[in-house]
Design a protein around this ligand. Structure first.
Ligand code: PHE
Length: 336
């Protein structure tokens, strides 16, 4: 065994590696678990006790030499890879750090939150997987009523009482059923609708909903709140317009339009030459909704509104395809 060790030490001393293949050969022969070291340590177990000390010592020398040589060969091979290896490192160069950026939807969402927080609204969140009561029934959608078809719904097939929320209005209910007025919150979050995906529609998107319930809240409070919001987000000269509409959970209800901030009302592609663009829905909370949350509609009133964050972001940055938000194409995301 001593002889064997001697021969290997000699081989190691002489070893050279001109390229990666030769380096790998060295590794396989001496370092890898199937190499000579493992084999020798196996053999060592059978060495009589009185020789163990001496041979063990030599074996350790061999092991150390193999490792040192291997490191030396690695340095040699890597060093000769570049022509001018020593000069490849320039410590004065700035570090290459790939910087990420905030997703445009998060940017707009954060800005919306900031504007409403300044008006005294807090931020509330709720579940994306919801039951029928919080998504529909408590919001005054009667059972089997066609109003439910306004929002094509994903149901969980095993239990049709459970669904993916179609709007963030479920958070209104969750907020009101467990508390006492006044409530003044906005509720951003993801919602789901069973729609064909196209440049203008997606099966999931984000909304931000607002709710204000207190004594003597009136439509003029709604108007003032949204007017201030629109001016902050789209510019000081933005005008706001309400168009009569219908939602089961608000009465009266209105769509919210803002004056087109691109053409300033002259008419362009974005506003389809009307001078106005729609940003969401709103209205006074229906007394039935307050009642289903245990709030007396004779004592309290409130307003609610809801907007699509994708829609607002698309308007703000003139993005013409909603699919871009969820495709994670860096060429798109890097622009924000
Ligand atoms: N929940 C409505 C929707 O998703 C938006 C809305 C919210 C309308 C609050 C009025 C009041 O279409």
């Amino acid at each position: 065994m001593k002889e064997k060790i001697g021969t290997y030490i000699e081989a190691i001393d002489k070893a050279i590696a001109k390229n990666k293949e030769e380096l790998e050969q060295f590794r396989l022969r001496f370092i890898s678990r199937k190499g000579v070291l493992t084999e020798l340590f196996e053999e060592f177990k059978k060495v009589p006790n009185e020789q163990k000390r001496e041979i063990g010592g030599e074996l350790n020398v061999l092991k150390q030499k193999a490792q040192e040589k291997f490191q030396e060969l690695i340095d040699q091979v890597n060093g000769s890879a570049g022509d001018n290896a020593e000069h490849d490192l320039d410590v004065t160069l700035p570090p290459i750090v790939e910087e990420g950026s905030v997703h445009p939807l998060s940017k707009v969402k954060n800005r919306i939150i900031q504007i409403f927080e300044r008006q005294g609204f807090s931020v509330k969140e709720g579940p994306e997987i919801e039951d029928d009561f919080h998504n529909f029934t408590a919001l005054n959608f009667p059972e089997n009523h066609p109003a439910r078809e306004m929002q094509d719904t994903y149901f969980i097939s095993k239990n049709p009482d459970i669904l993916l929320r179609t709007h963030t209005s479920n958070v209104q209910i969750r907020l009101m059923e467990h508390g006492k007025p006044p409530f003044r919150s906005i509720m951003p979050g993801r919602v789901f609708r069973n729609e064909a995906i196209s440049a203008r529609a997606h099966c999931f998107f984000n909304q931000v909903e607002g709710l204000y319930v207190d004594k003597d809240v009136s439509f003029k409070d709604l108007k003032q709140t949204l007017y201030h919001f629109a001016k902050e987000l789209f510019g000081e000269d933005t005008q706001i317009r309400f168009r009569p509409s219908f939602f089961p959970f608000t009465e009266p209800s209105a769509e919210i339009d803002i004056s087109c901030f691109i053409c300033k009302g002259d008419g362009c592609k974005i506003c389809k030459h009307t001078g106005w663009v729609e940003i969401g829905g709103s209205g006074m909370v229906d007394p039935n909704v307050l009642e289903s949350c245990g709030i007396d509609p004779k004592e309290y009133s409130g307003f609610a509104f809801g907007m699509g964050i994708e829609r607002i972001t698309m308007l703000k940055y003139q993005i013409d395809d909603i699919r871009l938000f969820s495709e994670n194409d860096l060429r798109f995301l890097k622009q924000f």
